[in-house]
Design a protein around this ligand. Structure first.
Ligand SMILES: [Zn+2]
Length: 387
């Protein structure tokens, strides 16, 4: 009786090896593009070299290599008080990184550039500007950002501009009904983005702005980092009606990995977690307000792990979009370095292969995974830029 059991065990371990090889092969072959990372707004303060491994950051070039990441859209972000000068400073800090490490990373502004850079075994860097307030209500500044390499403009961040209302404000009910959506100047911004071949990014915008912009845009739009509202009904996630509109527009929704977007139960559980370590959290906030939550999670990971969603729940968001509008309109916009925490196993950009493993288990083919990881974004970028 021993022999069949030994044979079976050998067979199982053999298929596990083959399976791991499959994951690896599919992962390596894909062009993996993430459409949203906030590391620059942190790096500009610390001055850390992103070519070296930086444990505090979710992205650096060492981890990107390990995770098989091929292209990164760097979010140019400042809070609502920031302006055009903040955007320029952040873009300059990216340029400095590119100049220091030309063998490892290079700027891409078109799909053709991106494929070429990836074929040379370098990371393609792209620029996305997150928040229309950074154009200072001035179309010539929009032109200048495009000249410097901006491939998308997120029309609003959490704050509304004079010309476009945000999801936080629209759904928060802060604004008068008649002022919702895009103003005449807002429409000029969308037209100009179309002319320049800069993608209109509708993550963060309110529903009225969303429909005004998508109906006006002559090119595919993107949502660079958003999840599904019907799974987790928070203002930042998109409704089925919005998802259907993106399908019709031939655009792209890149799913966000932030636990508070992925998991409807997370926010309340996380509040209880913070409350449990209230004094410690208060002390940490005094030292470093921006990094306090992450540090608390690091210190009490065994406890935090209990409330961390699975990668499967993130894949539910992908599944939902695929069911509604097909596999050609979903991508990856992890929000690394911008969000506090991510599903179990996806702690930083080195962990992308774990997502590939779950996608395969959930029945996604190699071709589907390649589309989700990069081909869909490349199609949309090409449609916008013309190359
Ligand atoms: Zn954001």
């Amino acid at each position: 009786m021993k022999k069949p059991i030994a044979f079976l065990a050998a067979l199982i371990s053999f298929s596990a090896v083959v399976y791991a090889q499959d994951v690896n092969k599919i992962h390596k072959k894909a062009i993996l593009i993430d459409t949203h990372d906030d590391v620059l707004s942190r790096q500009i303060k610390s001055g850390y070299d992103l070519a070296k491994e930086q444990p505090e950051y979710d992205f650096d070039l060492v981890k990107a290599k390990r995770g098989g990441l091929d292209a990164q859209v760097f979010s140019i972000w400042c809070d609502e008080k920031g302006d055009y000068s903040n955007a320029i400073r952040e873009i300059d800090s990216l340029y400095a990184l590119l100049n220091r490490h030309p063998k490892q990373i290079e700027l891409a502004t078109t799909a053709v550039d991106l494929r070429k850079i990836v074929s040379q075994n370098k990371l393609a860097a792209l620029i996305g500007v997150e928040g229309g307030h950074m154009i200072d209500d001035d179309l010539s500044k929009l032109d200048e950002l495009a000249r410097r390499g901006m491939i998308y403009l997120t029309l609003t961040w959490n704050n509304s501009t004079k010309w476009a209302t945000s999801a936080a404000d629209e759904r928060g009910g802060k604004l008068e009904k008649q002022s919702l959506g895009l103003s005449d100047f807002g429409k000029k911004v969308v037209n100009r983005l179309n002319e320049l071949g800069v993608l209109v990014d509708l993550s963060h915008v309110g529903e009225r702005t969303f429909f005004d912009a998508i109906n006006l845009s002559t090119k595919p739009v993107i949502l660079s980092h958003s999840c599904v509202h019907s799974i987790n009904p928070i203002p930042r996630n998109v409704t089925d009606e919005q998802i259907l509109a993106v399908g019709k527009n031939k655009g792209l929704i890149s799913v966000n990995f932030f636990n508070a977007f992925v998991d409807p139960k997370h926010e309340e559980a996380f509040k209880a977690f913070l409350n449990k370590y209230k004094d410690e959290y208060t002390a940490l906030r005094k030292e470093n307000a921006a990094g306090a939550k992450k540090e608390l999670i690091r210190r009490h990971y065994d406890e935090f792990e209990k409330i961390q969603p699975s990668i499967d729940l993130l894949v539910d968001h992908i599944d939902h979009i695929v069911k509604l509008i097909g596999v050609d309109h979903v991508g990856i916009g992890a929000d690394y370095d911008g969000a506090t925490s991510y599903p179990k196993g996806l702690n930083n950009v080195a962990d992308y292969p774990k997502l590939t493993e779950v996608l395969i288990k959930r029945g996604y083919s190699e071709k589907d995974i390649h589309k989700i990881y990069g081909e869909n974004f490349l199609r949309v970028l090409k449609a916008s830029k013309g190359r």
